[in-house]
Design a protein around this ligand. Structure first.
Ligand SMILES: Cc1cc2nc3c(=O)[nH]c(=O)nc-3n(C[C@H](O)[C@H](O)[C@H](O)COP(=O)(O)O)c2cc1C
Length: 212
């Protein structure tokens, strides 16, 4: 069995990236030989990554009692890493909000982005990715157009996920479906979204080859 983890990063019921998530899961459920699970970053308790977690590490060493927020931070780190470690293929379904990813997805990345876990430095100071045996798929929606040479550098959602998950963690990208421009071009919105969701279906069907 191939473990496919879908990271759902939108809690807008009508979000286009929510539809991408739903379409992918419905189609992937038909693929044999995969074990499909969802990690919904808006449903999980993922406190902001920061000093409370670092204090929890310190207290765990000394055996001192942890506060509620420190316990929750440690649990968030452990659960995020547990689900990621178990996955062979990771699917990220997310929107472009305010030029970047939703904060809840950022929290999941923060909890899994760590020297000694997703990457390390070698004796020469070079970054070595530690998740090269995993694959990932990008499913992203953005209302404007960010695929032109002028606008692409402003986009910090798909670019960020590719830099972090592909560049640092070292996972191999097997598919990238982007639905874009439906807000900028309302007359074409329906067609843009429908065509994009067909591409999402195709990406799910391709899991057969990814897992083979
Ligand atoms: C809070 C919020 C912020 C957004 N920010 C941007 C943005 O910076 N650039 C853009 O092109 N579209 C922006 N949009 C439009 C979304 O990219 C668009 O709705 C797209 O379908 C992805 O979001 P969705 O999956 O929630 O629908 C924003 C939408 C919301 C709800």
């Amino acid at each position: 069995m191939t473990n496919v983890l879908v990271v759902k990063a939108n809690n807008r019921p009508d979000g286009v990236s929510t539809k991408m998530y739903e379409t992918f899961v419905a189609e992937a459920a038909k693929v044999e030989g995969i074990n499909l699970s969802t990690f919904d970053v808006f449903e999980e308790n993922l406190p902001y990554f920061g000093q409370e977690l670092f204090n929890a590490f310190g207290k765990a060493q000394t055996g001192e009692a942890l506060s509620d927020i420190q316990n929750a931070s440690l649990a968030a780190l452990n659960k995020s890493r547990e689900v990621l470690s178990a996955a062979d293929v990771v699917v990220f379904a997310f929107p472009l909000w305010n030029l970047t990813i939703p904060a809840a997805l950022q929290s999941f990345i923060d909890y899994t982005y760590g020297a000694g876990y997703s990457f390390k430095y070698d004796e020469n100071g070079n970054l070595v990715s530690l998740m090269t045996d995993k694959k990932y798929i990008v499913l992203a929606a953005r209302g404007g157009v960010y695929s032109t040479p002028e606008t692409a550098p402003m986009e910090m959602a798909v670019n960020y996920i590719n830099n972090a998950i592909g560049g640092v963690f070292g996972m191999q990208k097997v598919d990238e479906v982007i639905i874009e421009g439906h807000n900028a071009n309302p007359a074409e919105a329906e067609n843009i979204i429908a065509a994009g969701l067909e591409n999402v279906k195709a990406a799910a069907q391709k899991l057969v080859t990814v897992t083979a």
